[in-house]
Write a protein that binds this ligand. Structure first.
Ligand code: ADE
Length: 323
């Protein structure tokens, strides 16, 4: 009965195998909104072939959207067709037929963005410890003991944080093997599903790699300056190694439980500072070992940064050493 249950995707397949009838989708609440797009929770009838409703997430444009926004959503759809990894958000279907807006249907991640989750944990932690919320990255968190937060049904340990980093590195290693560059890796674009599984999402800005391993961004746009590698800021060069730089910022976001990077520094000023050799300092909650990895991700020369594969190995070992 389901058009989406027929086989795996392939580069040659059209959209037919992904097409999902609009009338089997019940849109519920908005989960997240960007400038041009939004994501809604929905119930999808028999999207997995069984006669049941499943909770899904539906990506769409706000209003009509310009041509380039349409292209971004289509490019995200096309790229999701090619990927299959436990740490990358999974495509379930799409509504592409005329007579309605383009909907891209992906798996639902129960806990939403990793950024919002980390920030929530931070606020609960402060409640537990009765310390002012203003003290971002208070050292009492990660300095000793395994628990970062234990609060009713939420519990997060240092090991969980390393596991988040490890899973993101695994998903990114897969994408870079597929010659895909994300270009907007940040905790706001990583989702948290049940069982503390993280999933890389938001491929709106991602592009296939062509001509060697460099993508030169040609036009416009929304630029996540504080996550961008120095060569992306300077020459709009995007590679898997510029994704590695962003991953370094993601590590910083994780250890600070969702703080905003380069606090007090305006995006306009950042490039000159980085060029002069400035990098974010070691957060008080960050081990020397983890900070060394961050700084490697932020090396000037992209070739000198670790690959995602190398990063996976490092976190593998850290997980073995952490109980
Ligand atoms: N917010 C954005 N995308 C989402 C998804 N797939 N699941 C849950 N929340 C989301």
């Amino acid at each position: 009965t389901s058009e989406t249950s027929t086989g795996s995707s392939s580069k040659t397949s059209g959209d037919a195998q992904w097409e999902f009838p609009r009338d089997r989708l019940i849109l519920e609440e908005t989960l997240g909104e960007g400038e041009f797009g939004k994501v809604m929770r929905a119930q999808a009838w028999s999207i997995n072939g069984q006669e049941v409703y499943s909770t899904v997430a539906v990506k769409m444009l706000k209003g009509d959207g310009s041509f380039s926004e349409q292209q971004d959503l289509l490019s995200e759809f096309n790229m999701l067709k090619e990927v299959c990894h436990p740490n990358v958000i999974k495509l379930l279907g799409a509504c592409t037929q005329k007579g309605g807006p383009l909907y891209v249907i992906v798996e639902y991640a129960q806990f939403g963005s990793l950024r919002s989750y980390l920030r929530k944990i931070r606020s609960l932690g402060f409640e537990c410890n009765d310390v002012s919320v203003a003290q971002v990255g208070n050292p009492m968190y990660l300095s000793d003991g395994g628990d970062i937060c234990r609060h009713d049904d939420v519990q997060l340990t240092r090991r969980d944080l390393i596991s988040f980093a490890w899973q993101i590195a695994k998903g990114m290693a897969y994408l870079s093997d597929m010659k895909l560059i994300h270009r907007d890796l940040a905790t706001r674009n990583v989702l948290l599903a049940t069982g503390n599984v993280v999933k890389i999402s938001d491929f709106g800005l991602s592009r296939d790699v062509y001509e060697g391993d460099t993508y030169l961004k040609k036009s416009k746009g929304r630029v996540p300056v504080k996550w961008m590698a120095i060569e992306s800021l300077e020459d709009q060069i995007y590679t898997s190694k510029s994704d590695v730089w962003s991953f370094g910022v993601v590590l910083w976001e994780i250890v600070t439980l969702g703080a905003s990077p380069y606090p007090g520094i305006s995006p306009e000023r950042l490039y000159q500072l980085l060029k002069a050799g400035y990098r974010m300092e070691q957060p008080e909650t960050c081990s020397d070992q983890l900070y060394r990895i961050m700084v490697m991700c932020w090396r000037d020369n992209p070739r000198n940064r670790p690959s995602f594969k190398e990063l996976v190995h490092r976190f593998d070992r850290m997980l073995q050493d952490t109980t």
